[in-house]
Design a protein around this ligand. Structure first.
Ligand code: GLA
Length: 360
């Protein structure tokens, strides 16, 4: 690399996220409780005129001029999306020259795209002195995803990645973006299971769920699902009632889960989490047989609770344990491989700091 100077590059560590509870509630401005995890996207780069990046994980490079931002349906769109929103907001930023690598699995429902977007934004924020605050960064990354990439996601992933804190989950009200750190006790062990299922229908099904919820809220004249009373569901058609009914219960579960964590009632937390999975599967209909199979195996193996995490339709699930879950991880993997051919993996994770400049 021509302008590479190892003494001047900045290294950014950007975590992934896992959602403990509050699934499909953020786009109706409800409650969520995710955490950043200790699986990261790393970006090492220097300032440069153009953007020249190489992704070691994808073994793919790309370059573009910062004033020519065309969508190309590749990972570079996440980078371009950040430039697009920054420019729209009037920020003047130059390019970067660097490489991207990491141990956060790509496309498995642990927010690898938001992690990359925020790595780029953190680099630009530090290098070009943008003075962006944490929540502004989350909003910019969500807008990049919504307006440039074309994925109408909520703001949970971006908030988790900017706000992450060791030993803590984050309770977030996605209507006003107020948040509260909730300690996660060290005895609570978190296993993530990547089912290896990558569904191309995930985006269209996500859009469909979002549309149904938006229509239902519009009919009821409500800005947020937090303000809907159970009784009002009668005014909706049966599909809207089913979907929004789930969201109302899930909002309640997020509050109950937060309180159970605060009270140290981990068995109760586990039960709420498994209930959430059943509701997601039967009423929001975003599970699949691989996710359901994992949840039942995890519970059989002694997990106190388990559920799909993220958008669903494949991707990842979590299970909570009160002991080291490694043996269960291995056992589940063995059973899973007898039944499915997907390339599944598991990870034991801890809550991590949010996106940051890092030294290591
Ligand atoms: C994806 C989206 C989030 C959220 C979840 C479902 O991860 O990016 O905004 O809607 O799905 O809870």
């Amino acid at each position: 690399m021509k302008d590479w100077d190892a003494t001047k590059y900045l290294k950014i560590c950007s975590p992934g996220r896992v959602n403990l509870i509050g699934e499909h509630t953020d786009y109706s401005l409800g409650y969520v409780m995710p955490m950043a995890i200790d699986l990261h996207t790393y970006l090492e780069a220097v300032k440069s005129e153009e953007v020249i990046l190489y992704s070691e994980s994808l073994r793919d490079g790309g370059r573009f001029k910062v004033d020519v931002l065309e969508r190309e349906n590749s990972w570079l769109d996440y980078v371009k999306g950040i430039y697009y929103i920054l420019q729209r907001k009037g920020y003047r930023v130059g390019g970067m020259h660097g490489r991207i690598y990491g141990n956060l699995p790509i496309g498995s429902g642990l927010s690898s795209s938001a992690s990359l977007e925020l790595a780029i934004l953190e680099f630009l924020n530090s290098s070009y002195d943008l003075n962006l605050k944490r929540i502004e960064m989350a909003i910019i990354a969500q807008e990049a995803e919504n307006e440039f990439v074309g994925m109408p996601c909520g703001i949970m992933d971006q908030m988790a990645i900017v706000l992450g804190k060791e030993k803590h989950g984050i309770f977030i009200d996605t209507e006003n973006l107020r948040y509260e750190y909730v300690p996660i006790p060290p005895e609570l062990q978190i296993l993530i299971f990547d089912t290896g299922v990558r569904r191309s229908l995930a985006t269209s099904a996500y859009k469909d769920r979002r549309k149904t919820i938006e229509n239902a809220l519009k009919k009821l004249g409500k800005r947020s699902s937090k303000y809907v009373d159970e009784k009002e569901l009668e005014k909706l058609n049966s599909m809207e009632r089913k979907r929004l009914g789930y969201v109302l219960r899930e909002n309640r579960r997020v509050i109950e889960a937060r309180d159970a964590l605060k009270e140290g009632d981990l068995e109760k937390l586990g039960k709420i989490i498994t209930d959430a999975h059943k509701d997601l599967a039967s009423n929001f209909e975003v599970s699949c047989q691989e996710l359901d199979f994992f949840v039942s195996l995890a519970i059989k193996c002694g997990a106190i609770g388990a559920r799909l995490t993220g958008a669903g339709f494949g991707g990842s699930a979590i299970a909570l344990f009160l002991r080291n879950p490694r043996n269960c991880g291995e056992e589940i993997l063995k059973e899973y491989r007898k039944k499915f051919i997907h390339n599944a993996k598991y990870y034991i994770v801890r809550p991590s700091e949010g996106v940051r400049r890092c030294m290591d």
